[in-house]
Design a binder for this molecule. Structure first.
Ligand code: XBP
Ligand code: MG
Length: 249
């Protein structure tokens, strides 16, 4: 029985990476006088590592940057990340990144159908609040019973920790839910927690390996903006609750 929908945030609810997080990182680097500018291609490679702090560390190590040996590098990364989060929140306040097609419609339909909602994301909690309140309004935060985000779990995606955390907080088993993701790290995390997963890929993740996904499409679609992939695979224009129940069943 399908009881709940659990959504990833970045790349799934909104295409936040290229024009949101990446821009915020570069603003923080500039302010700190660092020449670590991440262009779109570099950022695409760095997305292999989830978590902004972990991503900066990965950048220093894989590019053998001299700063990686600084004794206070962890503190410097924490400070940089706090600054980056401030910039990201401001970008969301300026509504720089819209929700992806079908997200608002499906959330509303899920609520009308009495399905429970939750979020399982690697990003920092403030970023989720900023995205939701600036796209769906401040009340939308209450639509999600649990917002599992960031450092609340020891291991970020692809580890299953964040999905396990959400299931446990909602007192649900994985077979009562569907997960919505956009990346390989995301599907590995959701599958690791035993969840059937629906993928809406994006520019950075279109070539990822989504083996085992219940559905892999370009986006959730809307009546006036059909999902080409869903049309091709299921002869339907957009994902609705009936289709979710079929996929879950
Ligand atoms: C995406 C991530 C996050 C963001 C950056 O998370 O991996 O690290 O890229 O946000 P998800 P932070 O797809 O699970 O939503 O800098 O706050 O980590
Ligand atoms: Mg994602």
């Amino acid at each position: 029985m399908l009881n709940a929908l659990i959504f990833d945030v970045d790349g799934t609810l909104a295409d936040t990476e290229r024009d949101g997080h990446r821009v915020a990182f570069n603003l923080a680097f500039e302010e700190a006088g660092l020449d670590w500018h991440w262009d779109e291609a570099t950022y695409g490679e760095l997305l292999a590592v989830t978590g902004g702090k972990e991503r900066m560390k990965h950048f220093l190590e894989t590019r053998e940057r001299p700063e990686r040996h600084d004794p206070d590098i962890d503190e410097r990364i924490r400070a940089l990340h706090a600054q980056k989060t401030r910039h990201y929140v401001e970008l969301m306040r300026q509504s720089r990144v819209p929700l992806r097609p079908g997200v608002q419609r499906l959330l509303q339909e899920a609520r009308d159908a009495g399905l429970r909602l939750a979020i399982a994301t690697t990003t920092t909690p403030e970023n989720v609040t900023a995205l939701l309140s600036n796209t769906l309004g401040p009340d939308s935060l209450d639509w999600f019973e649990v917002i599992g985000a960031g450092d609340i779990v020891p291991k970020k995606k692809p580890g299953p920790d964040i999905y396990d955390h959400v299931l446990q907080r909602m007192n649900l088993t994985s077979d009562q839910c569907l997960a919505f993701e956009d990346s390989r790290n995301g599907i590995l995390s959701a599958q690791g927690a035993g969840l059937k997963t629906l993928i809406t890929y994006n520019g950075y993740t279109a070539d990822d390996d989504f083996s085992g996904a219940a559905l892999v499409i370009d986006h959730l679609g809307d009546p006036d903006n059909p999902s080409r992939e869903l049309q091709r695979q299921h002869g339907r224009d957009f994902v609705d609750i009936d289709l979710l129940r079929e996929l879950h069943g």
